[in-house]
Design a protein around this ligand. Structure first.
Ligand SMILES: [Zn+2]
Length: 264
């Protein structure tokens, strides 16, 4: 984090502190969602990388985000980082590449379910909700298998002065797959996280060969395994830069965020 001082904010739920539900001594490190910057800052065009991929690596082996200058969608699976650039093609990521926004955790299999039904993204999310004890914790969700339909997007690299995210995504590229195998990587964040992260579900996708993918806009499942990792703590690293410090972040921009996340 070099120049930008790390400001760490740790939020631990009562279950972690009291030790009910899991053993904090062993699992606190693995069961923490680590987040670089905030979705509100990204919405306002803070695309300068605040930490490198190498610096992010110790905080998780699973996650998503974006890269310096909004140069594509970031996906981390099994400790390996992938960059899905504008054309939907996947590139290897050097440890030196910088990240303005990301959320990662160490993925544990807390619950795995075979799901053979054909449902769209809304149906899938509604089904995953039935697997969870509630919506007030963070959940990392990994979905491997077959999709009869997958629609992803990636974002174009921006030049300074950076425009807000709602403008940047106007030039997004959408990819559609039929009968594709692959992995959805994502999180379900609680509703109260508005302005900090994306409330509800946020998924990125990579095909089985890790050659194509992007931010998931729509999908139809066709035989998948859903694995859920309950994550009851959060650690944030905020960019201590003039750009970030001067922002009026308020409570976020729910309408703009919906537009950006759902591509509508
Ligand atoms: Zn995304």
């Amino acid at each position: 984090m070099n120049k930008n001082r790390l400001i760490a904010l740790v939020v631990l739920t009562a279950s972690l502190i009291s030790g009910t539900g899991c053993s904090p001594a062993v699992r606190v490190d693995r069961d923490i969602l680590f987040q670089a910057s905030t979705i509100g800052a990204l919405m306002k065009g803070i695309y300068e990388g605040q930490m490198t991929v190498g610096e992010l690596r110790p905080y998780g082996d699973f996650g998503l985000g974006t890269f310096e200058a909004l140069d594509g969608e970031m996906v981390e699976i099994d400790g390996k980082f992938y960059q899905v650039r504008l054309d939907g093609t996947v590139y290897a990521v050097p440890d030196s590449l910088k990240i303005p926004f990301a959320a990662v955790t160490f993925f544990d299999n807390d619950k795995a379910v075979n799901f053979d039904k054909q449902v769209d993204l809304n149906g899938l999310q509604a089904y995953i909700d039935t697997l969870l004890p509630g919506v007030n914790l963070f959940y990392a969700v990994r979905i491997d298998g077959k999709f009869s339909y997958m629609k992803t997007r990636s974002v174009p690299m921006q030049v300074k002065p950076y425009p807000p995210l709602t403008d940047a995504v106007k030039d997004q590229q959408v990819l559609e797959f039929k009968d594709v195998e692959g992995t959805m990587v994502g999180f379900r964040c609680p509703p109260y996280i508005e302005g900090v992260n994306v409330p509800g579900y946020h998924f990125h996708f990579l095909d089985k060969d890790r050659k194509q993918g992007g931010h998931v806009l729509e999908c139809t499942t066709s035989g998948v395994i859903i694995v859920v990792d309950k994550t009851a703590g959060m650690l944030m690293a905020l960019p201590d830069t003039p750009g970030f410090n001067k922002l009026n972040l308020g409570r976020g921009e729910p309408e703009g965020l919906k537009q950006v996340e759902q591509g509508k």
